[in-house]
Design a protein around this ligand. Structure first.
Ligand code: UD1
Ligand code: UDP
Length: 359
């Protein structure tokens, strides 16, 4: 029996974990203990995903909440250390690049518990991003590195990491394939909002580098304001707080901007797949745009998901208002669409690899 202790805590991690946790439950050889750090805690940033995606209730909820990077990570570490000592897992499993990921991998590595990192090998080569620090450190501490793309494998190779590296495809693609049609059948979000499919732009913004600087946030909101057409904006709580802090509310009062609370996963898939264009700084939303064949403009200067750019479905616009508006005018839907994120069986592959470890 392999005992896997999974550490999750932020919205995208609940979505990434749902397919693998379900796969674990059908494996008699694997027992999973789920720890929720509490990094995200609003109903629509956390609980809603456990309910909708049938994720088992966490065995441990750390209730960390929001804080500075150091304090938030330290609070998680304190509790994770005790839990790992008492649970004695064979593996600690972490996803992606959040502070919850780093806390999980730091706690495990000091206790000599091997780490499995799902979504390993991503790089922006921008060390000002907290995520870049979290993923570089986690990759260098991990024993098993499950990479979503060929680029991720190459990035690790460039840093001398070749042992325990597997190209498994992207776990988020499993979820998109599983839930896409359910979303289109069940979600009433567009009729509730009174918008027609393929007539609107979907925008999400939450990256620290885009929200913590009032000039950059103003420039992004100005672009949304000037877009000719409806912009649907499900607002991350970080961005909502920053708009208030920087007194930018007037920029989102325009009648073309439909401001809504963060959506559950099915509603999000429904609005993504029926958007005519997506504007985002989210990693997950960039990928889902590609998976759902919706053109995307990334409101950043670099991306970890370089294949979406080379395939022509994604374009980097930076954060300047005019550049964003120009990118919207110029972007086209390409006809080619390679399977850059695998075949949608990533959870099965990871299970098989972990089962081999037991043997
Ligand atoms: C975190 C991750 C980021 C990921 C994102 C997914 C880090 C360093 N960043 O960023 O990589 O892309 O999650 O969404 O781990 N807040 C609430 N309610 C909540 C959660 C957050 O109000 O349930 C507000 C708080 O004001 C908090 C702010 O959002 O200070 C930022 O939250 P935090 O978890 O620190 O970072 P995110 O920006 O969410
Ligand atoms: N998402 C969601 N509701 C929203 C916004 C995003 O369910 O209102 C989902 C989205 O479909 C994707 C994931 O959250 O699966 C992306 O998370 P986020 O943008 O918060 O973080 P990132 O991927 O940038 O780390």
């Amino acid at each position: 029996m392999l005992k896997v202790l999974t550490v999750i805590g932020a919205r995208p991690q609940f979505i990434k974990a749902c397919m693998l946790s379900n796969a674990f439950r059908s494996e008699s050889n694997i027992k999973e203990i789920i720890v929720h750090t509490g990094q995200h805690y609003d109903e629509n940033m956390s609980n809603i995903f456990f309910k909708q995606l049938k994720l088992p209730n966490p065995h441990y909820f750390l209730g960390t909440g929001s804080d500075t990077h150091g304090k938030q990570t330290a609070k998680m570490l304190l509790k994770l250390e005790d839990i790992i000592i008492s649970e004695k897992p064979d593996i600690v499993l972490v996803y992606g690049d959040t502070n919850s990921t780093l806390a999980g991998s730091l706690a495990a590595s000091k206790l000599h518990i091997p780490i499995a990192h799902v979504e390993a090998g991503l790089r922006s080569y921008n060390k000002k991003m907290p995520e870049e620090i979290n993923r570089v450190l986690t990759d260098h501490l991990s024993t098993w590195l499950f990479c979503p793309s060929n680029t991720a494998v190459k990035n690790l190779e460039n840093e001398g990491i070749t042992q325990g590296v597997y190209q498994t495809g992207d776990i988020m693609y499993d979820a998109v394939l599983y839930y896409k049609n359910v979303a289109l059948q069940k979600s009433n979000i567009l009729s509730n909002l009174n918008i027609a499919p393929k007539t609107y732009y979907l925008a999400t913004v939450h990256r620290a580098e885009n929200t913590d600087n009032p000039q950059i946030l103003t420039s992004l909101l100005e672009a949304f304001l000037q877009i000719r057409g409806t912009v649907l904006l499900p607002l991350h709580p970080r961005t909502k707080n920053k708009i208030k802090q920087w007194n930018l509310e007037k920029l989102i009062l325009s009648s073309n901007i439909k401001l809504i609370d963060p959506l559950d996963y099915l509603d999000m898939l429904a609005v993504e797949s029926q958007a005519k264009l997506i504007l985002t700084d989210s990693g997950g939303v960039q990928k889902e745009a590609y998976m759902l064949k919706v053109p995307c403009i990334t409101l950043r200067n670099e991306t970890e998901w370089v294949e979406t750019i080379s395939e022509g479905w994604n374009q980097l616009s930076g954060t300047d208002t005019d550049r964003i508006l120009k990118a919207i005018e110029e972007i086209k839907s390409p006809t080619n669409h390679l399977s850059i994120f695998g075949d949608g069986h990533t959870a099965e592959k990871i299970c098989r690899l972990l089962n081999n470890i037991v043997r």
